[in-house]
Design a protein around this ligand. Structure first.
Ligand SMILES: Nc1ncnc2c1ncn2[C@@H]1O[C@H](COP(=O)(O)OP(=O)(O)OP(=O)(O)O)[C@@H](O)[C@H]1O
Length: 259
C-alpha cells in the first residue's frame, strides 16, 4: 500500500494553472526524485505534500486517512519540509536550532530528554556538524547552513521528508555525503521526495524519478525509463551531443567517497 496517494491535484497561483491534475504516489522507504525545468511546478507540488498549500481540487491520502484534513500538529509529527532557501528567523546556536526539530514530539514547554539528546547528537555527527555545535547559525556559510537545516529536519524522525534542492549549495564531497544520508534515511523506512537539478545525482541515488513539465507529469518510473533522450528533448529542449556515447554513460556519477 502507498504511504501517500494523490489524484488529480490541481493548483492555480495568481490566476495561472501551476499543477494541472497531477497524480502522485509514494511508498514507505521510497526515494523519489522530482525533476524538471525551472517553473515546472516541483516546489508547488512539494508545498502541497507539506500541507502548506491546499489544492483547488484533487485528493491526497496518507494510508486511509484524508491527508488534507490532518491538523498541522499531526502533520508535523510525520512530515518534515526542507525548503529551498530555508533560514532561521533569529540568532541561535547550531545545536539549539537542530534540537528545535524535536519540537513536534514534545508537549508544550517540555525540554528534550535523554533519548531526544541522543538523536540530536547522532544526527549532528552524521551531518558532519559536531564541530559547529556552539557556532551561531547566521555566521555559517551557505553550505554549512543547508546541512544544519537538513539535520533539523532529520532529528524530527519524519516518516516523510520533503527536500527542495538540498544539495544546491554543497561542495562535491558534501553533496555525496548528504545524498548518501538521504539514501540511509530511506533504507530505514523513511519516504523521501527530493527536488534535484543534478540529473546525475538523481539517476545515481533515486529509486524512482518523476519528471514534471509545465505542471504535468511527463514521465514517472525508474531513472533509466525517465532519463531518455526523447524525454530530455521534450522537457529541456536538449539533445545528446555528438561527443557523448549514451545518456546512461553521460549520467554516470564519476565520484564515490574515499573516506
Ligand atoms: N504566487 C504565485 N503567483 C503566480 N505564479 C506563481 C506563484 N508562485 C509560483 N508561481 C509560478 O508557478 C510556477 C511553478 O513554480 P515552482 O516554484 O513550483 O517551480 P519549480 O519547478 O520548483 O521551479 P525551479 O526549478 O525554478 O525552482 C512558476 O512559473 C512560478 O512562476
Amino acid at each position: 500500500m502507498n504511504r501517500l496517494q494523490g489524484e488529480n491535484l490541481l493548483v492555480s497561483l495568481g490566476g495561472v494553472s501551476v499543477l494541472k491534475g497531477v497524480d502522485f504516489n509514494l511508498k514507505a522507504g521510497e526515494m523519489l526524485g522530482l525533476i524538471g525545468p525551472n517553473g515546472a511546478g516541483k516546489t508547488t507540488l512539494l508545498r502541497v505534500l507539506a500541507g502548506l498549500l491546499k489544492p483547488a481540487s484533487g485528493s491526497l491520502f496518507w494510508g486511509r486517512s484524508d491527508y488534507l484534513q490532518l491538523s498541522p500538529a499531526e502533520r508535523a509529527k510525520r512530515v518534515a519540509y526542507l525548503a529551498q532557501s530555508g533560514t532561521a528567523h533569529w540568532p541561535m546556536s547550531v545545536e539549539r536550532l537542530v534540537s528545535l526539530g524535536r519540537l513536534p514530539h514534545l508537549s508544550d514547554w517540555q525540554r528534550p530528554g535523554e533519548a531526544d539528546e541522543e538523536i540530536i547528537q547522532q544526527v549532528m555527527a552524521e551531518t558532519d556538524l559536531s564541530d559547529f555545535r556552539t557556532r551561531q547559525f547566521d555566521t555559517l556559510s551557505g553550505g554549512e547552513r543547508s546541512r544544519v537545516l537538513l539535520a533539523r529536519a532529520l532529528v524530527a524522525e519524519p516518516e516523510l521528508l520533503l527536500a527542495d534542492e538540498p544539495v544546491a549549495a554543497l561542495d562535491l564531497a558534501h553533496q555525496i555525503e548528504v545524498m548518501s544520508l538521504l539514501q540511509c534515511y530511506c533504507q530505514r523506512g523513511g519516504s523521501l521526495v527530493v527536488v534535484l537539478h543534478d540529473l546525475r545525482l538523481a539517476a545515481h541515488y533515486c529509486d524512482r524519478l518523476m519528471l514534471l513539465v509545465a505542471g504535468e507529469t511527463l514521465a514517472d518510473g525508474t531513472p533509466e525509463s525517465v532519463l531518455t533522450g526523447d524525454n530530455m528533448a521534450r522537457a529541456f529542449g536538449v539533445r545528446l551531443s555528438s561527443a557523448a556515447t549514451s545518456i546512461a554513460e553521460t549520467l554516470k556519477l564519476p565520484w564515490e567517497r574515499s573516506r
